[in-house]
Design a protein around this ligand. Structure first.
Ligand code: ADP
Ligand code: MG
Length: 326
């Protein structure tokens, strides 16, 4: 079982940033509106994610570390209408199999918290003081898989991947406050967004002033279940920002050919040039129309009607760019 978890970990846990991504997604699924992430030595030594979400009761907490113990799917039909970020129930056991993991949690309204940690004879569960919410601490990632540990890059590189993972989460979930610190020093503190100005401030903080200053805001509703919002930036201003392509489907960060292609086509149609688009775009679509269970990292999606989605995005981005064409 331990070995099976380590194999699963190979798919889900590539580096500290993958741990951060999974833990932050769990916090978001738990309804947290404040998530604090602390990392040490690029995350290789310590990753601690603390949230104020719904927490777990003392019986539920140890189950979170059991394989395939997701609380988010009740039956197979649920798979076709996934609204949470997690659902496979393999992140925590996978991470625990390649690190020293402890989970401390208290249910909102619960009497006391518990701390769960793998011990010599299975899981140890002890009472522990904790405010409502959950803290997961991951120490010494890959300590027992030296081959994998060797693939960790420098502290600086690993930190930059961690920052990117938090950036994606913080762009996708504006109404949650995010705090990131590295080696005890604050990296960013993002208060929860309430207004469009707040949102633009967060985008500027995460993607840079140049992006924020040149961003064209768009909101388009198809009238039949599709909504696209966010920012596109004119390619003249986008020089040197070719990596700034962020797409979210129902708040989930995705890297998807179809979506990227639709935006690129819009740029070409309106601006007659093939420069690299830069954007942060948010698509809302009925969960029944998207399959997110394509790959364990859940970065890829499949739509039941890809052509309709492609046409809608292309049109919406064309309108936004057309309105400001230089
Ligand atoms: P998944 O997210 O796919 O369900 P995980 O292994 O990531 O699987 O988590 C297992 C279960 O542990 C979740 O379904 C959830 O019930 C519980 N859990 C994990 N993290 C948290 C958290 N931060 N707050 C509340 N519950 C959590
Ligand atoms: Mg999860």
């Amino acid at each position: 079982e331990h070995l099976a978890n380590q194999i699963a970990a190979g798919e889900v846990v590539e580096r500290p940033a993958s741990v951060v991504k999974e833990l932050v997604e769990n916090s978001l699924d738990a309804g947290a509106d404040r998530i604090a992430i602390e990392v040490e030595q690029g995350g290789g030594k310590l990753i601690r994610v603390r949230d104020n979400g719904q927490g777990m009761d003392p019986e539920e907490a140890p189950r979170a570390l059991a394989p395939h113990a997701t609380s988010k799917l009740r039956d197979v039909a649920d798979l076709s209408r996934i609204a949470t970020l997690g659902f496979r129930g393999e992140a925590l056991p996978s991470i625990a199999s390649v690190s020293r993991l402890t989970l401390t949690t208290r249910e909102a309204g619960g009497e006391e918290g518990v701390k769960v940690a793998p011990g010599a004879d299975g899981l140890e569960v002890v009472p522990s003081a904790h405010p409502p919410g959950t803290t997961v601490e991951v120490r010494d990632l890959f300590h027992n898989t030296p081959a994998r540990r060797k693939f960790l890059r420098t502290e600086k590189t690993e930190l930059s991947h961690v920052v990117e993972a938090v950036r994606r989460a913080a762009l996708g979930t504006m109404d949650t406050a995010f705090i990131l610190s590295h080696n005890g020093r604050s990296h960013f503190q993002l208060p929860a967004v309430e207004t469009w100005e707040d949102a633009e401030r967060r985008v500027g903080r995460l993607l840079g002033d140049q992006f924020a200053e040149n961003a064209v805001h768009l909101v388009q509703d198809s009238g039949d279940g599709l909504r696209l919002s966010g920012w596109v930036i004119l390619p003249t201003a986008a020089r040197g920002q070719r990596d700034q392509q962020y797409f979210f489907v129902n708040r989930r960060p995705v890297r998807d050919r179809l979506l990227g292609h639709a935006v690129a086509e819009a740029y070409r149609d309106v601006l007659y040039q093939d420069r690299h688009p830069a954007y942060a775009l948010f698509l809302e679509v009925d969960p029944a129309e998207v399959d997110v269970n394509v790959h364990p990292t859940k970065h890829e999606v499949r739509f039941s009607d890809g052509r309709r989605i492609h046409a809608f995005i292309r049109h919406a981005v064309e309108e936004a760019l057309g309105a400001v064409r230089p």
